[in-house]
Design a protein around this ligand. Structure first.
Ligand code: HEC
Ligand code: HEC
Length: 293
């Protein structure tokens, strides 16, 4: 059965359809075995989740080098721009992010003692107001609207991508923490829904996330080396996009690849899926903004 699904994918790849949606076809890696352990880049999960590995591992060396060099990383200009916005008063409040949170890298978290360090490693969290998971993007807009009385950033705007990158970057190197798989965890209901989504076949190809990112991780389908589809590097600069994109943009792309209807940016479905992916990649180091092909 699995073979049939993959064959269907390969047929599509042959037709250039999946390839067009999924890859720029320009760069490949020749490794077909599982990537070696690496404790120095922290690209592997830690003790309770040792088999997790980051998409960094299957990137080719030149992409990895760009990822690692702040000056070469093409996602960084967006982050730098957001660092300017961080200090700018906005909305009727006349307050900037810094007014309440201090410098973005202030571990003490400024006047309100709410630091950005750690955010990227611990979101999504349960939002007590909505009773749903809240990710970094939606939290930023919660502060824009509820604290600054300013207009929200559009989900996939340069401002939002840059600000999400800036906030998440403060946790770079920290292991992702998620206990959402625990039935007692407040995010467990969302985790359960996200997990069901992950394993559910959908679309014209009748495939689930797991068919590519679990069963075929590290395998090459034509020019594309599949990773585990982890979320630790988002927002991620992709050569194909020629700019950074959100995790939800990636979900939409992967949904479209299998000819299934994508869900909205910030939708409940994708917030649940994001909650599940954080747990699935627990122990991987936050590494934002990552660079991928
Ligand atoms: C008037 C004060 C105020 C301003 C201005 C403000 N925030 Fe917040 N922020 C808060 C409060 C209070 C919380 C915790 C309550 C909540 O979740 O809304 C918070 C929480 C956060 C969190 C989650 C941190 C955590 O560990 O829970 C992030 C991320 C964040 N803010 C980002 C921003 C950004 C980015 C801006 C500017 C665009 C900003 N905030 C502007 C008051 C502010
Ligand atoms: C037909 C195969 C296929 C399916 C099914 C699929 N993806 Fe992907 N996905 C890819 C390819 C190809 C890439 C780019 C190479 C890679 O990192 O695997 C990718 C990349 C990703 C990435 C980026 C990883 C990184 O390190 O940048 C995430 C996250 C992801 N997928 C999540 C999902 C989720 C969630 C689903 C289910 C809704 C899904 N994918 C379904 C093929 C697939």
């Amino acid at each position: 059965m699995m073979k049939k699904q993959l064959n269907a994918a390969i047929v599509l790849l042959g037709a250039g359809l999946l390839l067009a949606a999924c890859s720029d076809g320009g760069m490949t890696t020749t490794s077909s075995s599982a990537p070696a352990d690496d404790t120095t880049t922290g690209a592997n999960g830690t003790s309770d989740n040792p088999d997790a590995w980051s998409g960094y591992k299957t990137a080719i060396a030149t992409t990895q080098a760009m990822n690692d060099d702040e000056f070469e990383n093409p996602g960084m200009p967006y982050v730098d721009q957001a660092a300017g916005i961080w200090d700018e008063p906005a909305g009727a409040s006349g307050l900037s992010c810094a007014s309440c949170h201090g410098a973005v890298d202030d571990a003490a978290g400024g006047a309100l003692r709410i630091p950005m360090k750690g955010v990227g490693a611990t979101f999504p969290r349960l939002d007590a107001d909505s009773g749903k998971p809240i990710n970094v993007e939606l939290q930023i807009n919660k502060c824009r609207v509820g604290q600054q009385y300013a207009s929200p950033f559009k989900y996939e705007s340069d401002e939002m991508l840059g600000m999400t990158g800036l906030v998440r970057k403060q946790s770079n190197g920290m292991p992702v923490i998620s206990t959402a798989g625990d039935p007692e965890d407040e995010l467990h209901t969302a985790w359960q829904a996200g997990k069901e989504f992950y394993y559910q076949r959908r679309g014209k190809l009748d495939m689930a996330c797991k068919h590519c990112h679990e069963d075929n991780a590290a395998n090459i389908i034509r020019a594309e080396t599949l990773s585990q589809g982890q979320s630790n590097g988002f927002p991620t600069y992709r050569f194909k996009w020629q700019k950074p994109g959100s995790l939800h943009r990636r979900f939409r792309g992967c949904n479209k690849n299998i000819r299934s209807t994508p869900y909205g940016y910030g939708s409940d479905e994708y917030l649940n899926l994001e909650t599940y992916l954080a747990w699935r990649g627990r122990g991987l180091q936050v590494a934002a903004p990552a660079v991928r092909k």
